[in-house]
Design a protein around this ligand. Sequence first.
Ligand code: MEV
Length: 319
Amino acid sequence: MATASAPGKIILFGEHAVVYGRPALAVPVLQVHAVARADLVTDKRIGEKWADAILVEAPDIQLFSPLSHLLREPTPDPLASVISSVFQLLGISHPPALKITITSTIPVASGLGSGAAVSVAVIRALAAALGHSLSDEQVSQLAYETEKLHHGTPSGIDNTVIAYAKPVYFVRGQPIQIFSVARPFRLVIADTGQAAPTKESVGDVRKLWEADQHRWEAVFDKVGKIVVAAKEAVESGEIASLGPLMDANHALLQEMTVSSPELDRLVLAAKAAGANGAKLSGGGRGGNMIALVQPEKAESVASALKAAGARNTIITTIE
Ligand code: MEV
């Protein structure tokens, strides 16, 4: 038996533009996580019943897939794909019967990286049950392949920040850079309660870009400058300048059409309650937003967000 867990994540700055080569900043959110447990099925009776099979159990879904199917055909099922990719990497052509159990406190489709966290936890638990330990880079790469099934053209930021579980300055295709936080700062994360259709929003931004590359490259450049300024502010402890940078990033995300009335309402409510800055986080059109707050205002901003319709709030310190 082997167990592994993976945190959620939030994007601080740079979502969507990161798909087009601009940098983005993301941090793990340790208050939520996905846990996977992998059991080799050795009981003889169960072994016969499940011979040549993998059983995946999650609280809401139950998937039973014959292994031959997993190994022979490329599958659009993210869980089946992630399991089969671990076997391939480890060169295991005749895997034992397995049971994988998944639990997660990360809301699905909320911008907190639930898909990538489940993939990372399953990859690590499965590899460990099979007697292997994979590097963060290997785990991230395998999870990236599955992100493509979730999101179409992902930048790779979600699997990277979740596999490394560290604050990352991410540029697509470049080696991961960990950034340091000179002075801790506090965020309130608030969930609109509506699903963030990341594949759709990423696809719609692509359509805009295809129709007018000149305009959108300029918008992405502005986002890139915000991200670089934010990284400098975080690394030098100039936390005060992060608020206006968040506001500016949110305005550019609105221009990209990936905000929503609910996200905008929460952003305005956070600002009215004294947040220093606020923006949507992740794919948008639903999911979560983040607000930068003075520590003493965290609770009152969280209450104001709930009063404005947030389904759930998390107060987290980035350090
Ligand atoms: C999703 O968490 C972040 C996006 O930028 C998509 C991606 O980077 O793959 C919207």
